[in-house]
Design a protein around this ligand. Structure first.
Ligand SMILES: *[C@@H]1O[C@H](CO)[C@@H](O)[C@H](O)[C@H]1NC(C)=O
Ligand SMILES: *[C@@H]1O[C@H](CO)[C@@H](O)[C@H](O)[C@H]1NC(C)=O
Ligand SMILES: *[C@@H]1O[C@H](CO)[C@@H](O)[C@H](O)[C@H]1NC(C)=O
Ligand SMILES: *[C@@H]1O[C@H](CO)[C@@H](O)[C@H](O)[C@H]1NC(C)=O
Length: 782
């Protein structure tokens, strides 16, 4: 570049930068109560000194019926006469700020967001603090997008905390797995992180619950079937026992609301025992609001109101559907049904206007808690969060940390991994498989544009010095045809072979459940042939959300190692390469049971968790499933081995009746039990006890190891789980290091289960705390 050109270039840059600065300044986020506008700033609802309750009441009282009705849908229009801008309620942020909803745009200064691993993999870290930090990062990036004028709303419809009940579920990948405690804890951590944690120690909201961004616990409740055998979520009527509701389906929602203080709930499409979730007064009002103290808004899933009339025939006409949902306590309709039919419901005198006011009060309270009615938003606590916080180095390394700590080593015969070679030593490596060269697949669903995009192949390539050989092996993930000879030729010539197989969104996704549990098409044939031809045992990498029956690979000596990487997000490739080449010690553990392929004999529509020996129903999840497993919940090995010991448990025996004066009842199978006192009651607080566990890393590598503490009962009676997770903590230990960790346990919560009526009970008898191969007995006596 000559001097003249350079000057020209520099001035161009300056002009461009000025233009950019102007554009950035112009991109103001939408807000109400503009303090430079004399006609609106004096309105009572704009007065930030008043309680939000009073402000919302004032606002709602000013609206005409038409204006009110217009605000009941996700696409809420502006009300210019009151200076209220349009608002888009639907935004998504499942594992990073996404453009899967309508509220966020990546066309502007911010054109990407940190893409964390799909939730099922993040869950495998069993690290609640990691989940919280991810929530914080997502909430910050969400606020930055709004501050930059690229968001029409700040209400995000995540987390998905439905129990991953059936391995075929296309959306199981979005959830933290099959365990109610893990799922609840994930929800709490994520929500607190996203919302900005406006808590006091006691879980009370401060600043009237100001929100960094609003999170939403979805989909309430017992929703975990999308489209299977021609049954869709729109028409499915889930038959759920009070028992399973009480100790499986509902606890994550309860935690998300009580402890997470979520500001949103989404009611699901499906019916439960005949009643559409969005029309269930008992669920939305009696349980969520009154019993759990929910403070926020309830949205329908998209078009979940229209189906109540159109598909389910539950309501006799459209107005009845509107009345059903508003009277049940739903506040917002994703879709347009309420916009179309609410006014006529009022005119037909079916719907009191007070029901609309109640919903609007909840809706405007959220927008106020988000600071969108505070005048110029630069006054609000979160207004300084700028674009530099999006895809920051810190967030990108958090995405890497999540992938590193989630990836699960399922098999590692003869310590095949880590490969004994590093960047510096030339090795010959062949990479084979249809999932090797797609960075898009790593993002799963509900993602935005990631900060960086590296395929697994590319990440492995950057680790080796000599050229790597690659072949996709299949004509796609469905693998209707496999190019076995080509793949075998490549495998023959390499010292090490990594096969990158599994699923993608063409196989498991929203609105599409799987019909089997095996690898698609000819993937298995390809794997077996390549493994047989290779010089050494091969490494098999499985990309998938839901589990696969890979027992053939578990048993095949030619397959030395198996790794499950979920959909590991933008940093998944780097994490995998680090694990394969020994720069990171894997520690993830499966958050779901991997069932054998004949599990599909069980209809996906059967919601029962508990097994039924009379009909041969095997039950579901590690808590109740009686059959053979490919891999167990919690399975996951490491380059280190860890040992455990019980150091101390602060209580060995509970004398229940002397403490509670409770009546001991007896079941038909002569199990004796008492009603469990309410969680959080004085009695339960007093009964809490500590278990101190020693953990040692016997390996030569430092590692992060999730410790899972279970309870099992000496006698597994019908209705009690075989075992039950009661605590988990991820612990970092150096090579050879030993440490102690404490678990605070509450008998009311951790030693209880639901009876047939959905009432929590504690059984009399011996319970064992279980960690690894160690057990510690606790006697519950009456
Ligand atoms: C606030 O009001 C001023 C004066 O009417 C106007 O110039 C400005 O565009 C308004 N800002 C917003 C975000 O509405
Ligand atoms: C599902 O419906 C389609 C179209 O109606 C039909 O061809 C197919 O056989 C059905 N499948 C099952 C499993 O019932
Ligand atoms: C609401 O009415 C509009 C306009 O008539 C129509 O396009 C839309 O499909 C209706 N929405 C529903 C959910 O029926
Ligand atoms: C991997 O995929 C990218 C993008 O689709 C493509 O450009 C590249 O050639 C592929 N790499 C190999 C080795 O086939």
């Amino acid at each position: 570049m000559g001097l003249q050109q350079k000057i020209g270039y520099i001035s161009l840059v300056i002009i461009f930068s000025l233009a950019m600065a102007a554009a950035i300044e112009a991109a103001q986020p939408p807000f109400a109560c503009n303090s430079s506008n004399p006609s609106t700033k004096k309105l009572t609802f704009c007065s930030t000194e008043l309680p939000i309750k009073q402000r919302a009441e004032d606002l709602v009282s000013r609206l005409t019926l038409d204006e009110k009705v217009s605000q009941l849908v996700n696409d809420a229009p502006a009300i210019p006469r009151l200076g209220i801008p349009a608002y888009q309620w639907w935004s998504e942020s499942l594992h990073g700020v996404a453009d899967a909803g309508l509220g966020v745009s990546f066309e502007g200064t911010i054109h990407a967001a940190t893409s964390f691993p799909q939730v099922i993999l993040t869950a495998a870290s069993f690290d609640a603090h990691l989940w919280y930090r991810i929530g914080q990062a997502i909430g910050k990036e969400a606020r930055a997008v709004y501050n930059q004028g690229q968001a029409q709303g700040m209400t995000f419809w995540a987390p998905n905390i439905n129990i991953f009940r059936d391995p075929r579920w296309g959306r199981g990948q979005e959830t933290p797995g099959e365990d109610p405690l893990v799922t609840g804890r994930y929800g709490v951590s994520y929500v607190r992180g996203v919302q900005g944690d406006s808590f006091e120690g006691g879980g009370k909201l401060v600043n009237e619950g100001h929100l960094q961004a609003s999170a939403c616990c979805k989909h309430m409740t017992a929703y975990d079937l999308d489209r299977w055998d021609n049954i869709t979520r729109y028409i499915f009527d889930a038959q759920v026992t009070p028992q399973d509701l009480a100790d499986t389906y509902q606890p994550p929602f309860r935690s998300c609301i009580e402890e997470g203080r979520a500001s949103g709930i989404m009611c699901a499409y499906n019916r439960v025992n005949g009643v559409p979730n969005c029309a269930n007064y008992n669920l939305l009002t009696k349980t969520a609001r009154e019993k759990w103290g929910f403070y926020g808004y309830i949205t329908s899933d998209c078009d979940a109101v229209s189906i109540i009339y159109d598909d389910q025939g539950y309501a006799k006409d459209p107005e009845d559907a509107v009345v059903d949902v508003l009277k049940a306590g739903m506040d917002l309709n994703c879709g347009s049904y309420l916009k179309n039919h609410t006014k006529s419901a009022v005119q037909q005198k079916k719907l009191p206007e007070a029901e609309i006011d109640r919903a609007l009060h909840n809706l405007f309270s959220i927008r106020m808690r988000l600071g969108l009615f505070n005048g110029n938003p630069s006054q609000f606590v979160f207004s300084s969060i700028g674009p530099s916080q999006v895809c920051s180095k810190e967030h990108q390394s958090l995405a890497l940390e999540a992938a590193q700590n989630g990836i699960v080593l399922l098999k590692n015969d003869a310590n095949l991994l880590p490969l004994p070679c590093r960047r510096t030593t030339p090795i010959s490596l062949a990479v084979i498989g249809p999932n090797a060269n797609s960075s898009q697949t790593l993002l799963g669903n509900y993602h935005g544009p990631p900060c960086t995009s590296i395929s697994l192949l590319h990440a492995l390539e950057s680790y080796v010095t000599s050229p790597l050989r690659y072949h996709p092996g299949c004509n796609g993930v469905a693998c209707s045809s496999a190019l076995i000879n080509d793949a075998v030729n490549i495998a023959n010539e390499a010292e090490y072979v990594v096969l990158i197989m599994g699923l993608d969104q063409s196989q498991e996704r929203e609105d599409h459940d799987r019909v089997d549990l095996v690898l698609p098409g000819k993937q298995k044939n390809l794997i077996i042939a390549v493994a047989r031809a290779a010089k050494k045992p091969v490494v098999l990498v499985l990309v998938c959300g839901g589990p696969l029956d890979v027992s053939f690979a578990e048993d095949d000596d030619n397959i030395g190692s198996i790794l499950w990487v979920g959909y590991p997000g933008e940093a998944g490739g780097v994490a995998l390469a680090q694990i394969i080449f020994g720069d990171h010690n894997p520690g993830g553990r499966l958050p779901i049971t991997w069932y054998p392929k004949d599990f599909i004999k069980v209809p996906m529509t059967d919601m029962r968790m508990r097994s039924d020996p009379y009909s041969g129903y095997p039950g579901r999840t590690y808590r109740f499933y009686q059959g053979k497993k490919v891999f167990e919940f919690g399975h996951g090995i490491s380059y280190s081995t860890y040992s455990y010991s019980f150091i101390a448990v602060s209580l060995n025996e509970f004398h229940l009746t002397s403490m509670t004066a409770m009546k001991v009842s007896e079941n038909s199978d002569s199990t004796r039990y008492v009603l469990a006192p309410e969680k959080g009651s004085k009695f339960c607080e007093r009964m809490k006890f500590l278990a101190i566990i020693g953990v040692k890393n016997h390996g030569v590598m430092a590692g992060k190891h999730p410790v899972l503490l279970f309870v099992r009962r000496e006698k597994v009676t019908h209705g009690s789980p075989m075992k039950q997770l009661v605590g988990f903590q991820a612990l970092s230990l150096k090579a050879g290091e030993r440490a102690e960790i404490e678990f605070l346990l509450s008998p009311c919560e951790h030693l209880s289960r639901a009876d047939e009526h959905g009432v929590l009970v504690m059984e009399i008898g011996t319970h064992f705390l279980v960690v690894g191969d160690q057990e510690y007995p606790i006697n519950v006596v009456a």
